[in-house]
Design a protein around this ligand. Structure first.
Ligand code: SAH
Ligand code: ZN
Ligand code: ZN
Ligand code: ZN
Ligand code: ZN
Length: 481
């Protein structure tokens, strides 16, 4: 096989998931992840531990070679640093503060914008030099509007759902008769649920928010928020939170649990999938009745160009056409055509036909595919699917025997469809199966499909992975083409 295209090193990093939590070093964000640089083919790079949550070293600079000897003194210093970087209050303290706060007279209810903190009466003096604003009761119920969204590009960017998307999600869950929603990184959905279904005796819908942004802790009770890292399934307040999660996952009296997660997109798919399956396992354990081969219902919100990676981890998920949009992301907007369409989709194990996408927004039901699709996603009788992934109308290429993006053209010399200005002859030998590299079939028909190549260390496997990664990167870059 031609390796010319693979020489340009720096092909990214692979996460190596281990079960061995005890020996994994911790940063302020819990157990770190083991990374391996994907070097030239065949040679695995030297492995190292780095922060699971932060891609940017400015946010967390933890670094340790896998085989590095760490002195006791350094371990101790690390532990102190990890403690120092924890939130100023425990979840219990935050909840107690909230109770005190709501008891304050209206004109004494202040929020410090500099510290992003609800202030108790005796604290206002200490924040006198800060920007402190009055908060009305209604604002307390909408913390996602009060808090300023974190925007550090690489790790913690917070993209908040528009009202349209939040209401669509809630409406969908209600229609499906879910009444316990585990919100993983979805504070807006959590707050809308609380708003629409306030606490009380016969509360028809409950919500628990798991998020790394502990600022949210100050608005919720102990059974409504857990400080959680979804890249390593780490609960910062471990014992208390695990009990809260377990209780929440228990379905008594006909309760139905669903998980809705909207992770940061820079995020690594494999560790996320690992955390979600651990949550699903905890759900299975809590189940009193029912068969054990039912999966916890989930909706994982992520850009469409991660579809292959997500399905690699969770073959039971399907991608829906619904375009998720965000208030504070100009590119990720819902729209009928053009570049402004959001690339963010729902991946779910709920039967697609049961998730009704709004007709008035341009979705329709495809009776053959048995799912709702976007108006421009026209059913192709040759492929027998509604093929579009990116919201544009795709076209069928009879040579490739599949539908391709509208901007692509069939290239005679490459023997496949590509962008008109693609560099020719770089893809020889790349046809064939992405899973096992056999030229005889495509991945969909791969007899070894379920023997995942994700952990493959064979030369061939790595080459294939590298190509897939490159494809995905290209795909990511090109979603606007
Ligand atoms: N669209 C959602 C917000 C998604 S932004 C909404 O409107 O509710 C990503 C969310 O994940 C943010 O709330 C962010 O604080 C959280 N998050 C980011 N990194 C995380 C991590 N490592 N673990 C848990 N939550 C994280
Ligand atoms: Zn960290
Ligand atoms: Zn169809
Ligand atoms: Zn087709
Ligand atoms: Zn073609």
């Amino acid at each position: 096989m031609d390796t010319a295209g693979l020489e340009d090193s720096c092909l990214g990093y692979e996460v190596i998931l281990t079960d061995d939590d005890a020996s994994t070093p911790c940063c302020p964000h819990g157990p770190t992840l083991l990374f391996e640089k994907v070097a030239k083919r065949g040679e695995g790079g030297r492995r190292f531990y780095a922060c699971s949550a932060c891609r940017d070293r400015k946010d967390c600079n933890f670094f340790q070679w896998e085989d590095e000897k760490v002195s006791e003194a350094r371990k101790l210093a690390r532990e102190l640093e990890n403690k120092r970087r924890q939130p100023p209050f425990s979840q219990q303290q935050y909840s107690a503060r909230f109770q005190q706060f709501i008891a304050l007279p209206p004109d004494e209810k202040k929020f410090c914008q500099d510290c992003q903190l609800l202030l108790l009466a005796e604290e206002t003096g200490a924040h006198a030099a800060h920007v402190c604003i009055p908060v009305a009761a209604a604002q307390l119920r909408r913390p996602s509007r009060l808090l300023c969204p974190l925007d550090n590009k690489k790790s913690n960017a917070q993209y908040l759902f528009t009202e349209r998307t939040t209401r669509f999600l809630l409406g969908t869950l209600v229609a499906l008769r879910f009444n316990k929603v585990l919100c993983v990184g979805t504070p807006r959905l959590h707050e809308l649920i609380k708003l629409e279904y306030p606490s009380g005796e016969a509360r028809p819908m409950k919500s628990l928010l798991l998020d790394i942004d502990f600022r949210y802790a100050q608005f919720y009770g102990q059974d409504e928020f857990c400080h959680y890292n979804m890249f390593n399934h780490h609960f910062f307040d471990s014992e208390a939170s695990i009990a809260v999660l377990q209780a929440f996952l228990r379905e008594s009296n006909g309760q139905k649990v669903v998980m809705v997660a909207d992770p940061p997109f820079g995020g690594l798919v494999k560790p996320l999938a690992n955390s979600f399956s651990r949550i699903a396992q905890a759900w299975t354990k809590q189940r009193i009745l029912g068969s054990s081969n039912v999966n916890m219902p989930m909706i994982w919100i992520f850009p469409y160009f991660f579809e292959a990676r997500i399905l690699d981890c969770f073959p039971c998920l399907t991608m829906l056409d619904y375009q998720v949009d965000y208030d504070n992301h100009s590119l990720y907007k819902h729209g009928k055509t053009g570049r402004k369409q959001s690339p963010v989709r729902l991946f779910t194990n709920i039967t697609a036909a049961e998730i009704v996408l709004p007709e008035e927004e341009g979705y329709r039901f495809c009776a053959i595919c048995e799912r709702f699709v976007w108006s421009l996603n026209k059913h192709c009788t040759k492929c027998n699917v509604c093929p579009s992934k990116d919201g544009r109308q795709w076209k069928h290429c009879s040579v490739c025997e599949r539908c391709v993006k509208p901007s692509w053209q069939h290239c005679q010399s490459c023997g496949r469809c590509a962008l008109p200005d693609h560099p020719c002859d770089q893809h020889q030998g790349e046809e064939g199966c992405y899973n096992c590299a056999s030229p005889g079939h495509k991945r969909k028909a791969c007899p070894r499909k379920h023997i995942s190549s994700r952990r493959s260390t064979s030369k061939r496997g790595r080459v294939v992975q590298t190509k897939r990664r490159k494809e995905r990167r290209k795909e990511k870059k090109n979603w606007k083409d």
